[in-house]
Write a protein that binds this ligand. Structure first.
Ligand SMILES: Nc1ncnc2c1ncn2[C@@H]1O[C@H](COP(=O)(O)OP(=O)(O)OP(=O)(O)O)[C@@H](O)[C@H]1O
Length: 573
């Protein structure tokens, strides 16, 4: 039998000596801060910079390893902090992000007796009254809660028409643990904000508050249930998507009862084929559904990993041609992202600057979106962007294909260096967007290795433009007039034309006009490609710190839509 530390035993039992926990987190942080101060500030000051540099990677590794041990031992938010750190590729070095991946899977399950006690106190009835059966072995145990399969008891009060459900119950005492952890993190965040090395790169109080808000939402199952219904509403009437129903009568802040929608795991190619579903057909639908969330609904599932998406066969089996109809069923709405209006307009600005090959404008837009901290000296970045546009900006799609990948890599090296030397962070919603995008891309490639995400982006970009035509065209028109460097110009008369179409004074029945509107849409579509270019370029440069191959690919890929944009702009403009 493995020995269980007192902290871990407390966590499993749901209790916890909160003072000891608080002190342990502070002690851990103080020690590592002191070590960092010694090596990174003191030694360089007395002329021993080389010692600091030589030991840096090893110290990072040691820190990450001891944090790993602390997190597994304390559980609670420390696991989330670890996960959060492992995803902050923008601010943390790879020695840390790599070590902390996969922490979530190391959490011990809570004994069923403690789960029962909490669920019964929350629901106000015994489990036997509420459920005909509850599996005592959890389907999954996570840092904040665990899930059990159950069958609803047939009572008049809970007439949902459902039988099989999943019962998610929070870890007992998690509220208290989260409070203590947040108090400790605020304290440590306060310390860190006095360290120039950190405060120049990261807005620590904002980061901690961002993290606190996400964590508090995650331990509120009423919030998760509401998110799931909002998501379901966004897709109401869309037969590509299903969402489990919530059994509200058996749901509280700490207990979530929802329809059991177990079906084929989206990446289980063998099971899909056995059910008569071609995995390659699933990929574009999944991508389209994700883009719908990001570009159209502005409310998206930020954790679309394969464990959270099922493919559910519909229509009672294969038809005469052996084909099965199916839909995508999403679960786990604990981490959702929003693309607020101001982010969208910031992104639009970014995209316009990218499309006009305006290095300085692009940097200004990046600053506007909140990616660069105000203290950033962006001269180098502007220079790098300008070089990028000068070298690749005038190329067409075909020419781009001819470029030696080594050249991309060299540029990525240079560019990545400039980007990493700057004090910037990704705002939370950006990080979630990139997270959702890369998980989507991963799932799609698993389903169909030849799948290209860009093919799915285009129609969504076009749709986005259609929805926001007034805004985009307005901005675009203004920018076109202001910006002499614009490579493709939007004729002013089209701008005016669209304004008139928008206010209804021109009907679009005239085929000539319609053609021009379509052309305008093409122009705007190019803008969206450029937006993606900007976002991917930044993401690529960041990711490169951790994974050279993936980062380089992202950066190279980011150039494709831009060049495509410029190329098709020349043809159509
Ligand atoms: N409605 C459902 N139908 C079928 N299975 C479900 C359902 N909800 C949850 N599960 C199962 O329980 C597991 C954990 O659920 P969920 O992902 O919602 O919890 P979580 O606490 O957010 O976990 P994590 O943080 O690991 O994603 C899922 O991976 C899935 O296997």
């Amino acid at each position: 039998m493995t020995s269980v530390s007192p902290a871990r035993a407390d966590l499993a039992a749901g209790a916890g000596n909160t003072r000891a926990r608080y002190r342990r987190i502070l002690r851990f942080s103080a020690w590592h801060l002191a070590v960092t101060w010694w090596f990174e500030l003191f030694l360089p000051r007395i002329g021993l910079l080389r010692v600091a540099e030589r030991t840096r990677a090893r110290r990072m590794q040691r820190f990450a390893r001891s944090f790993h041990v602390l997190a597994v031992d304390l559980g609670g938010l420390m696991i989330k902090v670890g996960q959060f750190m492992s995803s902050r590729l923008d601010v943390l070095p790879p020695e840390i992000t790599k070590e902390l991946e996969g922490l979530q899977d190391e959490v011990p399950a809570v004994p069923f007796a403690a789960i029962r006690a909490l669920a019964e106190a929350e629901l106000g009835v015994s489990l036997e009254t509420a459920f005909a059966r509850v599996d005592e072995t959890p389907v999954a145990a996570a840092s904040l809660g665990q899930a059990h399969r159950a069958v609803l008891a047939p009572t008049a009060a809970v007439d949902t028409g459902l039988t099989g459900v999943v019962l998610k119950v929070q870890r007992p005492g998690i509220d208290e643990i989260v409070d203590v952890d947040l108090a400790a993190l605020r304290k440590v965040g306060g310390w860190l904000s006095h360290v120039r090395l950190v405060s120049d790169r990261v807005d620590m109080p904002t980061l901690v508050e961002e993290f606190a808000a996400t964590s508090l939402e995650e331990i509120d199952y009423l919030h998760e249930a509401a998110s799931s219904e909002r998501f379901a509403e966004d897709f109401a009437g869309d037969d590509r998507v299903a969402v489990p129903s919530i059994v509200w009568e058996r749901t509280t802040r700490r207990v979530l009862t929802l329809e059991d929608v177990t079906a084929i795991k989206i990446t289980d190619a063998a099971a899909l084929r056995a059910a008569g579903i071609d995995p390659a057909e699933v990929a574009p639908v999944f991508a389209a559904v994700m883009f719908d969330q990001l570009f159209t609904n502005g409310f998206f599932h930020a954790d679309p990993h394969p464990g959270n998406i099922f493919v559910t066969p519909t229509g009672g089996g294969p038809d005469a041609s052996g084909k099965t109809t199916w839909k995508l069923t999403f679960i786990d709405f604990g981490m959702m992202g929003e693309v607020p209006g101001n982010t969208r307009s910031g992104l639009r600005k970014l995209l316009i600057a990218a499309a006009s090959r305006d290095g300085k404008g692009l940097v200004d837009a990046i600053r506007d979106v909140g990616v660069l901290l105000p203290s950033a000296d962006t001269t180098e970045l502007e220079r790098a962007m300008t070089q990028l546009f000068a070298r690749f900006g005038g190329m067409g799609f075909a020419e781009l294909r001819e470029v030696d990948p080594r050249e991309f890599r060299d540029f990525a090296d240079q560019f990545g260096h400039v980007v990493r030397s700057l004090p910037f962070q990704l705002p939370e919603n950006f990080l979630l967007i990139i997270r959702a995008m890369s998980l989507t891309s991963g799932v799609c490639s698993a389903l169909d290795p030849s799948f290209n995400l860009w093919d799915s982006v285009e129609p969504y970009a076009a749709q986005l433009i259609r929805d926001e035509r007034g805004n985009v065209v307005g901005d675009l028109g203004r920018q076109a007039l202001d910006n002499a460097a614009l490579v493709w110009r939007l004729p002013k008369r089209i701008d005016g034309l669209v304004a008139r179409i928008e206010d209804g004074s021109v009907a679009v029945a005239n085929p000539g006009l319609e053609r021009r509107v379509i052309r305008l849409e093409h122009a705007a579509r190019r803008l969206v490609s450029a937006l993606l270019f900007g976002a991917l370029l930044i993401a690529g440069a960041l990711v490169r710190a951790d994974d050279t191959v993936f980062g380089t690919v992202l950066m190279a890929v980011s150039a494709i839509p831009l060049l495509h944009a410029v190329f098709s702009g020349r043809r159509q403009g």
